[in-house]
Design a protein around this ligand. Structure first.
Ligand code: HEC
Length: 158
């Protein structure tokens, strides 16, 4: 008798809890920021590089024009919001102009390194977004672009 009751009560409780936590909002910024200070405007990467950044990095480090449905569902929304906030604390494409040229060059170097080591995009992300990781050729293309961008930054601010 007690087992039967638990079997009835627990799912109902789970549904109640899941419904209840939906009222706790996630800290996700869904408003598209002003594009002027963005990496895209500041560095004007080629279409190839823009595609790579949008495909593999933007969800966490950039502006996200469309959020998947599950980003609205707690507790996924909380975890996602935390991840994106953390990513942007380290590297925020939308606030690129905030960095001095020297800091931009350093961050670009880190971006190439992370891609080469296969640490960005993170593995957990690539499990869900199968097309996210860079191929060897894409990494070469990406790092070659970064070298050119760093050279331009060095010219601009010796
Ligand atoms: C799923 C979210 C996610 C995606 C997608 C993602 N990153 Fe990250 N990234 C993070 C988080 C979280 C951190 C901060 C914690 C850490 O370093 O692991 C980070 C940190 C970094 C850093 C470290 C910055 C520093 O402080 O030195 C670099 C560089 C970076 N990412 C580059 C990239 C590049 C390039 C891509 C695309 C190829 C990418 N990331 C895709 C989440 C992401």
């Amino acid at each position: 008798m007690t087992r039967l009751t638990a079997r009835r009560v627990l799912p109902a409780l789970a549904v109640l809890v899941l419904a209840g936590i939906q009222f706790v909002p996630a800290r996700i910024d869904r408003v598209l920021p002003d594009p002027a200070p963005s990496l895209a405007r500041q560095l004007e990467p080629s279409a190839d590089i823009t595609r790579l950044l949008e495909r593999s990095c933007n969800d966490c480090h950039g502006a996200t024009p469309t959020w998947p449905w599950y980003s609205y569902v707690a507790p996924i929304s909380w975890l996602l919001g935390r991840d994106v906030r953390e990513a942007k604390e380290h590297l925020d494409f939308t606030r690129w102009a905030d960095h001095a040229p020297r800091a931009q060059a350093r961050l670009l170097g880190r971006m190439c390194e992370e891609a080469q080591k296969g640490q960005m995009p993170p593995q957990a992300y690539s499990l869900v977004h199968r097309g996210a990781p860079f191929s060897a050729d894409e990494t070469k293309l990406f790092c070659a672009w970064i070298e050119r961008a760093q050279a331009r930054l060095a010219d601009a601010a010796p």
